[in-house]
Design a protein around this ligand. Sequence first.
Ligand code: IVH
Length: 682
Amino acid sequence: MGSAVTAATPPAAAARAAALRQTIAEHNFRYYVQDAPTVSDAEFDGLFRELQALEHEYPSLATADSPTQRVGGAPAAAFDGVAHRVPMLSLANAFSDDEAAAFDRRVREALGVDLVLYAVEPKFDGLAVSLVYEDGVFTVGATRGDGSSGENVTANLRTVRAIPLRLPIDAPPLLEVRGEVLMLKRDFESLNAAQAAKGDKLFANPRNAAAGSLRQLDARISASRRLTFFAYGIGSVDWGGRDAAPPTQDALLRHLAELRLPVTRERAVVLGLPGLLGYYRAIGARRGALPFDIDGVVYKVNDFAQQERLGFVSRAPRFALAHKFPAEETATEVVAIDVQVGRTGALTPVARLKPVFVGGVTVTNATLHNEDEVRRKDVQVGDTVIVRRAGDVIPEVVRVVPGTRAAGSRPFAMPTACPECGSAVVRLPDEVIARCSGGLVCPAQRKQSLLHFAGRRAMDVEGLGEKLADQLVDAGIVRTPADLYRLDAASLAALERMADRSAANVIAAIEASRETTLARFIFALGIRHVGEATARDLARHFGSLEALIDAGEAALLEVRDVGPVLAESIARFFAEPHNRDVIGQLRAAGVRWRDEAPQRSPPGRFAGLAFVLTGTLPSLSRDQAKALIEAEGGKVAGSVSAKTNYLVAGIDAGSKLTRARELGISILDEDGLRQLLAPPRD
Ligand code: IVH
């Protein structure tokens, strides 16, 4: 702003603008903080427009703390980082009365007193922020981030009407206010109604809506969402040498309220454990009727001198505790059990539920985690089940309500073919997770496998990152890695945000990737458990892809470091016709590699023998024993089966030893193993 403009601003206009700013701030405070407006919306709008007009005429009057600046400016490219002057710590959690009692006991013992005065507050379910006021003016607002530094969201926070842009005249020179940004339940409902009307995505709960609204690079969007704020503490502060520092949490909050910062009325000061639990229960009973979501209560030793004596443990104060409400549970009916395929091919059974309201959101799905879990809980379609939802956690089925099973209902069975692509579903012996074996062709896994295929250590297609992979797969342009080699620069350049130049670069990188090594190609296929080193071993051992494809599990087990799990995974991958098709297509597209002269390591004396280790050996660690066995070509498996040749048992051997005895398997101690390993005498 040039001085010419300032010089041209008549003092009367400046005085009127200052008066309007103060009046508007006052009305904002009555409306947003006290919830008790004293003027009509029309009167308020009149004042606001008068100020806007003045600032328009005399731009030097449009200061950063003017209420007209709450609308958000031009979008930012990214948030800057803000280092917190005092770290933003977290709170220790308690979930039971016993844990609350233990907290009170620890505090009393550490302070050497019989009874403690506590400040008790709701635990707001929103986002922690820090607001820095310098000489009473709001200058920097930041998210908590990792506690040491967060994101600079000043522009977004300015749009929150409950946050004063300027504090009253008697504010300290520096005051960092800590508190929580939230969306009131009623504002959340109207936001979601508006989102639904526009066909936009709905928010799961007020917390997510608040987070999504605050972390908008375009502050105008934040401005359009109704957020609010409650202060619950301070960070760094300079009380200005006066005798103003409040001595207790309660006095601090009263002081913040005098400075026109919003402080909840739902707080109290209580005495001892009965006071804590009384508050917990009282507010728990009114939880649903509160205008905002809370997920528990916070207990704080009221006296700051006592707080200081208690100090901190790691990242949490010893003087405070979050006593959380239990996860909410409710009953509903299982309409179906579907199986979802994740990006790594993991199959997860999901219960489709009759919609039910629990823990603040309507739940229609709940995870059943895995096949064993479904069996253990014995969940069947048509059953009435208890569903639990805690905080942000995915809702889960807790148990079946007995006696609700319909006649003719049947137990759940994991499909044998992937619901997405029809490839075989595989569950390896030691794993609880069943997986789709159609790595390269399964739509659910396409992005993942494409990224892996193009990765630097695989086919090394520079420029094919997550964004491009998403676009290519979403647009249906690339279904399998072989499709990459059919792309041209024109179809790439047609994608959003893809300049001609970068399209040409990606095409060049794809071209260059056609020539590769056998090891890289094997790694690029993304066979489960096959890392770079194994891919190299496989290439060296078999020399050609054909030999690898034709190798059965037994031949695979001869490769250095390949155990039963890996051998089965590799054999399964190549047994899947879809995967062989893609390999054929890649070849047809001109992907080439040099075959190698097979270098089979000479079979060791343990070649073809399977060992299992159990218990603690007197001198060898488990890894050392395993390495010795494998160096001789033996395999070490995790569990005893009819295929096991030797069990090596140490102290405290348990069920594996019993099982080996039942099966009549040779049992060795460490000495026995060493004798077997000793070079043969001739
Ligand atoms: S005091 C030293 N008071 O809970 C910790 N925190 O784990 C100072 N929270 O994300 C925090 N309501 O944002 C405090 N009345 C309250 C709170 C509260 C919610 C959040 C806080 C932080 C988490 C602490």
